[in-house]
Ligand binder design. Structure first.
Ligand code: NDP
Ligand code: MG
Length: 395
């Protein structure tokens, strides 16, 4: 390790973003070291990653897997810890340069806050953190003088378009969406789709939760909220456009009317790497985009009536307060229900809407309010699913 090596902590190293981050680190071991790896319960993969990358820490959140990981790594100088609290405590380690948040869902919030308070820059993949508590995260980031580098491909595209434009006013952000596997489908069709249908994303291979979110367009809704906080724009300055080829990763329109876009083949390693090397670019051997392979790039309006989650996310953003936290928690419960076949595809939006109507609205929530809102919404959504008539939820 040289003085120039960045020590990377990867929250969620065993997931889709986590493993691709390790691939970037491996390709650039002169620049990066995997300093801390965490998994939820995939002990086998965490062990093999720790054997290969020799991090300072390997943390398994599921405490019942501690003995397995500890024993397997006993011959190595890797410190093995277990539990969610261990992640929060260790993420502040003085040797960590940047924390890449690649765990899924609300679980990312507290470790991200701990990292920011310890002065760590954040490479943010875990969009749920900004959806839930964007106001707290962005003000803490200012207060502690840290940077948040977007990993999400659309937000990385915008971030790349904004390089050198710091003094210029954004008129509009245009987020592209692939439209997912059900683009162009009717409500009747969606009523009967299965988890297998929804897990077939046309352009990206990702974790299960975000893949379902992409099929329901909730992923784009969450990204609209993420964009508000990352780029300090309002809901009416964020437009979503469906672009099925996923080549134009997003666009920014400035106040002179000029539009800048970032293009490339869909490959998350590029935005991951840019978040770690910003403001520099480093060479890669990734496959290059060629216009003649894609003679037709198309763009269409999203169908807000069929994909109601996108409308609900905009409504939550406009309402503000703890409403985005409510839709996030309701959506996590609904998606888990869809994945275990206890909730139908369209019912997911009903669960979210019910939660938006019934959970106590708080205009200026504190962190404790967000934690409580998350808990309260999960319980409410879970009860709602249990009370639903079998026919409404199963297929
Ligand atoms: P995966 O499901 O593939 O991986 C999630 C990771 O988080 C795994 O390491 C998992 O551990 C860990 N994890 C899951 N639940 C918990 C928990 N409760 N506590 C601690 N750790 C947990 O997800 P992705 O990599 O696809 O996505 C990660 C984040 O990045 C999400 O927020 C997603 O929205 C965002 N993102 C992903 C993109 C992609 O291409 N995949 C693109 C843009 C954003 P284990 O393996 O042990 O279960
Ligand atoms: Mg994205």
């Amino acid at each position: 390790m040289t003085n120039h090596t960045k020590n990377i902590a990867i929250l969620g190293s065993t997931g889709s973003i986590g493993t691709q981050t390790l691939a970037v680190i491996k390709d650039n071991s002169h620049l990066f070291r995997a300093f801390l790896l965490t998994a939820h319960s995939n002990a086998d993969l965490l062990i093999s990653q720790a054997i290969e990358f020799r991090p300072e820490y390997a943390i398994i959140c599921d405490e019942s897997k501690y003995a397995q990981v500890k024993t397997a790594l006993a011959h190595l100088p890797v410190k093995v810890l277990a539990g969610h609290q261990a992640v929060i405590d260790t993420i502040t380690h003085p040797d960590i340069t940047v924390v890449l948040t690649a765990m899924v869902g609300f679980a990312g919030l507290e470790p991200t806050i701990a990292a920011i308070k310890a002065g760590k820059d954040i490479a943010l993949a875990n969009k749920e953190t900004l959806v839930v508590a964007g106001d707290i995260i962005t003000s803490l980031a200012k207060q502690h003088g840290i940077k948040i580098f977007p990993v999400d491909s659309e937000h990385s595209a915008i971030f790349q378009c904004l390089a050198g434009e710091e003094a210029n006013k954004i008129e509009k952000i245009i987020l592209t969406a692939s439209g997912g596997p059900f683009r162009g489908r009717s409500l009747d069709f969606l009523a009967d789709v299965t988890r297998e249908d929804a897990l077939k994303h046309p352009n990206w291979v990702m974790g299960a939760k975000i893949t379902i979110d992409s099929a329901s367009l909730m992923n784009k809704g969450l990204e609209v909220i993420e964009a508000k906080w990352l780029f300090d724009v309002e809901a009416d300055q964020i437009e979503v456009i469906v672009h099925p080829q996923s080549i134009v990763h997003s666009l920014v329109q400035f106040n002179d009317g000029s539009i800048k876009a970032q293009l490339g083949l869909p490959d998350m390693k590029l935005p991951i790497q840019y978040a770690l090397t910003y403001p520099n670019r480093i060479p890669t051997s990734y496959k290059r985009f060629n216009f003649t392979d894609y003679p037709t790039l198309t763009f269409e309006k999203p169908d807000f009536d069929t994909f109601r989650n996108l409308s609900l996310a905009y409504a939550a953003l406009k309402k503000g307060g703890n409403m985005p936290c409510i839709i996030n928690a309701a959506n996590e419960v609904a998606v888990a229900g869809f994945l275990n076949r206890s909730v139908g595809f369209l019912t997911m939006s009903n669960v979210i809407e019910e939660c938006m109507q019934h959970i106590n609205y708080i205009e200026q929530p504190t962190l404790t309010d967000y934690l409580n809102t998350d808990k309260e919404t999960r319980i409410f959504a879970q009860n709602l699913i249990q009370q639903m008539p079998i026919k409404a939820v199963q297929f």
